[in-house]
Write a protein that binds this ligand. Structure first.
Ligand SMILES: Nc1ncnc2c1ncn2[C@@H]1O[C@H](COP(=O)(O)OP(=O)(O)OP(=O)(O)O)[C@@H](O)[C@H]1O
Ligand SMILES: [Mg+2]
Length: 454
């Protein structure tokens, strides 16, 4: 209810501050009183769910300046100014600039309470719309960044601010914490969205091909180079180059990459031609490259070059309040992909959500949600080889069959429907695999595009 809304109250007149605080508290508001605007600003959290009521004439900063500062932070936050006789022109100007209301001193308490009430209601609606919009954005985007904890709000805010600048960004975070999601958003939220998002896993490319992959080559540049090839860096021109697992980039390539970052140009193998590239580089690392111990043979100069803006994504265990939201989202998504209903949550699942430390972070949580929807969560919380307990009424062969089918579905899900990897994981011949799919009525393509492991 709007009655429980918080109010930040500011007045340098201590007596009046106390009296107004009491008035508003009697009217049911949760009032934090400040005698200086700076203290109030320091206490103002992003997404503050209430109203600011401030005196206009104060020594440090007047009400107008305070209002300007609040507007920079959140243009929709209602500010009510309380003005003395001579300050009415200033108050009128503030209203024109978007302040919510002004109240001339001396005022009837009712007048103030009414105004605060209406402002609080407006604030509630604004925030509600905002979260609906975020939810909608998150639901339709292919790269949603879900999370409502302060850490995630801040992260989203930073991303929005830097996305459309050309500044290079280093993203750090544990495995599965969302580094690629962040890189994708930096691309999508920028003018570069029209260009290519080129992701390059620096650890996965064999050293022998990495140069021609990155820089491209002319026909005949080396044995086997029959056709001209445009390198990945050039391909990312006007778009975003995502250097994933940068910590595992071979040292020889690091030198060349440093040059690319500094000169913004590439020279394909087998040419002397220098081609300019218009790049925004986003690099991702699992380790703290600022720490010489962890950096290993990663070049310090390259680290400093990349470290213009660093975004660190906190591990999931440090933002546990996001777990239910993420779990709900992944469960819904899995349910629609598998055309199943989201099952009711058992105590065991709830306990797991609360207690697990999630070393695989969001990726691990999304896999858990998928298993939950497939009815396999007992396999997570207990030993993986234990058949589901609910099957005990069936004769043994039927239970074994069912368990086998579940295992195959689960493995397919974990491998995004990739047959080769699923067969490898299950350790059975290809033909047997297909026979079993048919027998259990499993449709492999339903698992394609399912969250892959990497
Ligand atoms: N905040 C989030 N909201 C929704 N989905 C997320 C979020 N963070 C991560 N994910 C999902 O979790 C999975 C792992 O994320 P991502 O690939 O970005 O992690 P990563 O940090 O690059 O991991 P790795 O270091 O292992 O490559 C992806 O499926 C991604 O969509
Ligand atoms: Mg990644």
């Amino acid at each position: 209810m709007s009655d429980a809304s918080p109010v930040l109250l500011i007045d340098d007149d201590k007596e009046l501050l106390k009296a107004t605080k009491q008035t508003l508290e009697l009217a049911g508001f949760a009032v934090s009183a400040f005698s200086t605007p700076l203290d109030a600003l320091a206490a103002l959290e992003p997404g503050f769910a209430g109203v600011i009521v401030s005196d206009i004439r104060m020594p440090q900063m007047d009400g107008q300046q305070l209002f300007d500062r609040v507007k920079e932070r959140d243009a929709d936050l209602p500010v009510i100014l309380v003005t003395g006789h001579g300050d009415i022109p200033m108050a009128v100007k503030a209203i024109q600039d978007g302040a919510y209301d002004f109240i001339a001193k001396p005022f009837a308490t009712d007048r103030l309470v009414q105004s605060v009430r209406r402002a609080a209601e407006k604030r509630r609606l604004v925030l509600e719309n905002r979260s609906l919009r975020i939810a909608a954005e998150q639901a339709q985007g292919d790269l949603p960044l879900i999370g409502q904890t302060p850490a995630m709000e801040r992260l989203r805010h930073t991303l929005r601010q830097i996305a459309d600048t050309d500044v290079d960004v280093l993203v750090t975070g544990e495995t599965g914490s969302g580094k690629e999601v962040v890189a994708g958003l930096l691309h999508r939220w920028s003018r570069r969205a029209k260009g290519n998002f080129v992701a390059l896993n620096c650890g996965a490319l064999p050293e022998t091909v990495i140069e021609s992959e990155l820089f491209g080559h002319e026909p005949g540049a080396f044995t086997g180079a029959q056709k001209k090839r445009v390198g990945r860096i050039e391909h990312a021109s006007a778009g975003t180059l995502f250097l994933d697992e940068i910590e595992s980039m071979p040292p020889a390539i690091q030198v060349q990459m440093l040059r690319v970052l500094e000169m913004r140009e590439v020279t394909p193998l087998g040419t002397n031609e220098v081609r300019p590239v218009d790049l925004r580089v986003v690099a991702a690392a699992k380790v703290d490259l600022g720490d010489p111990q962890q950096r290993g043979d990663f070049r310090e100069d390259l680290y400093y070059r990349l470290n213009v803006v660093t975004i660190s994504i906190p591990p999931l265990r440090e933002r546990r309040d996001d777990i239910p939201l993420l779990f709900g989202y992944f469960a819904e998504r899995a349910a629609s992909r598998f055309r199943r209903d989201v099952p009711t949550m058992s105590a065991a699942v709830r306990r797991h959500l609360l207690q697990h430390s999630w070393p695989g972070n969001v990726r691990e949580l999304s896999h858990f949600a998928e298993r939950f929807v497939l009815g396999l969560e007992t396999a997570v919380t207990q030993a993986p080889s234990e058949p589901p307990a609910s099957d005990t009424t069936l004769p043994l062969p039927a239970r074994v069959e069912r368990y086998e089918a579940d295992l195959i579905r689960e493995t397919l899900a974990q491998n995004a429907g990739d047959v080769r990897r699923t067969i490898e994981a299950l350790g059975i011949p290809r033909k047997t695999f297909y026979d079993k799919l048919q027998r259990h009525g499993i449709v492999r393509s339903e698992f394609a595009g399912f969250e892959a492991n990497g």
